[in-house]
Design a protein around this ligand. Structure first.
Ligand code: KIV
Ligand code: ZN
Length: 526
């Protein structure tokens, strides 16, 4: 029996970065990246990892089943709509986990009932059948009444009652469209716990989206009303405005334990590392002023703040950087720094490298140090964003780029691009160096993908600073984001563009694993 119970003051952390987070358009992760993130979640003390939606694709199924086999402590959960095929597939994927969980759901609000063409009674029957089927396969079953916050209270109580009677061990009350507000979120949980029979035998979960910027507040309000599982993602990754951010809930409960006396099992010193890894592998950068994990969250730049900080760090700091694993030492590296110093520095930043990976990073570090006198932590993190940690080889690689630009149009780009291991060269023109470069890529690798976003940020200060470029591309409804850094903005742009194309190819393979990728929407050059 794996039914989860919890003491009154313990809040279970359910992480859905790999499911709800990855569902976010463009947040593609490769198979190995998913395994890596699952390993980090398990290590940091996440109670339940929602590893994916096994029926969605063969790729999702494979990722969930491998995560299930590898997980050490966390419960591994697979998502399933309320139908037999989904539930059976989810069970197939998670059944080898030490602690498996099936999570089944249906939208219960009037809008969702209409969409399914089910009246209240027909949907009630569907819920009963789904939870019963899941419970016959697995002792640990989570039921979600999707769009609960827009479901009539009487009908919501009825769905929860049916799920409990059919054997659900966790009842999730999602705010699917980020519509609720803290007081309402608390009242809803309190009402369900008070009025549904058997509520005291199950765990109530809160699952909030951030459309109105209230996801964390709504989740904490639900906890105060009796919810004992918070569903969240690293960096708040998720569709639209995202999900509740794990780091915000966990740190709020830690820092304000005086007024919210609840415990989690999370090792908070692992937060910064996993935040960086999720930002890198998902291609979704963390906004500078994001609570807890933003670049500026612990930076005190104004004169008044710096003065106060020097006298007493508690003047402006409510938590210590080291509490989330942010190391104080911004030890500057330079071209005389050796391999051992680089390894130690990267370990400090959360990267444990195999010898061959270190060799590769060391060569690129030296090249960077030749161009840039001082290499800061942020420079190294940018360098690591361009490092494949999963051993996979990208199909497209920028081998050489030279642009000619100036006041006279058109600008031109001379590019060598490796496509599936074979080098191709072209010179293309465009409206500016970046446009010329992207045109050159398109000549060598014709594709239909549309550029949706192009953004440049300086990694550190100074004219020799590296630029990080983010690119978002869309093709036939599939979206991918790419990032790259270089002291040369145009080189960073080329690499980011190619990175987004590589991710689009991976995504396309996952959606249609048996089709020839090129024949779907890409033509290669010979
Ligand atoms: O937001 C939502 O309602 C969901 C459900 C599948 C739980 O993600
Ligand atoms: Zn959700």
């Amino acid at each position: 029996m794996t039914k989860m119970t919890t003491e009154q003051d313990r809040v279970l952390i359910f992480d859905t970065t790999l499911r709800d987070g990855e569902q976010s358009p463009g947040a593609t992760m490769t198979h190995n990246e998913k395994l890596e993130i699952a390993g980090l979640l398990d290590e940091m003390g996440v109670d339940i990892i929602e590893a994916g939606f096994p029926i969605a694709s063969e790729g999702d199924f494979q990722a969930v089943s491998e995560i299930a086999k590898l997980a050490k402590t966390s419960v591994i959960c697979g998502l399933a709509r309320a139908n037999p095929a989904d539930i059976d597939r989810a069970w197939e994927a998670i059944k080898h986990a030490k602690r498996p969980r099936i999570h089944t759901f249906i939208g219960t609000s009037p809008l969702h009932r209409d969409m399914h063409g089910l009246d209240q009674d027909a949907m009630a029957e569907r819920i009963h059948d789904a939870v019963t089927r899941a419970r016959n396969l697995c002792d640990d079953v989570q039921w979600s009444s999707m769009d609960a916050t827009r479901t009539e209270h009487d009908y919501l109580k009825r769905t929860v009652d049916i799920a409990i009677r059919a054997g659900a061990t966790t009842i999730n009350i999602p705010d699917t469209v980020g519509y609720t507000a803290p007081r309402e979120s608390a009242d809803l949980i309190r009402m369900l716990i008070a009025e549904v029979e058997g509520a005291e035998d199950v765990i109530f979960a809160t699952h909030c989206h951030n459309d109105l910027g209230m996801a964390t507040a709504n989740s904490l309000a639900a906890v105060e009303a009796g919810a004992r599982q918070v569903e969240c993602t690293i960096n708040g990754l998720g569709e639209r405005a995202g999900n509740t951010a794990l780091e915000e809930v966990v740190m709020a409960l830690k820092v304000r334990n005086d007024i919210m006396p609840y415990r989690t099992r999370i090792d908070t010193t692992k937060i910064m590392n996993i935040s960086r890894r999720v930002a890198t592998v998902s291609g979704f950068p963390v906004q500078f002023n994001k609570a807890i994990v933003g670049k500026n969250a612990f930076a005190h730049e104004s004169g008044i703040h710096q003065d106060g900080m020097l006298k007493n760090s508690e003047t402006f700091e409510i938590m210590r950087p080291e509490d989330i694993g942010l190391t104080e030492t911004n030890l500057v590296m330079g071209k005389h720094s050796g391999r051992a110093a680089l390894r130690a520095k990267l370990r400090n930043l959360g990267y444990e490298l195999a010898d061959n990976q270190l060799n590769d990073v060391f060569v690129r570090f030296k090249a960077l140090a030749d161009r840039k006198k001082e290499v800061y932590d942020d420079d190294l993190l940018a360098l690591m964003r361009d490092t494949s940690m999963d051993g996979g080889v990208d199909r497209l690689q920028v081998k050489f780029l030279r642009v000619i630009c100036g006041t006279e149009a058109p600008q031109s780009a001379d590019l060598i691009l490796s496509v599936d291991g074979k080098d191709h060269q072209v010179t293309a023109t465009g409206d500016g160096p970046v446009d010329a470069t992207f045109n050159a890529v398109k000549v060598l690798f014709p594709h239909e993908a549309r550029l949706q976003l192009y953004q440049v940020h300086a990694v550190t200060e100074g004219t020799d600073a590296q630029a990080t470029v983010s690119v978002r591309m869309e093709d036939g409804g599939l979206i991918s984001t790419g990032q790259a850094a270089d002291t040369d903005t145009v080189v960073a742009s080329a690499k980011a563009y190619v990175n987004a194309l590589n991710r689009l190819l991976v995504r396309r393979e996952r959606v249609a694993p048996d089709t020839d990728v090129k024949s779907v929407s890409y033509k290669s050059v010979s």
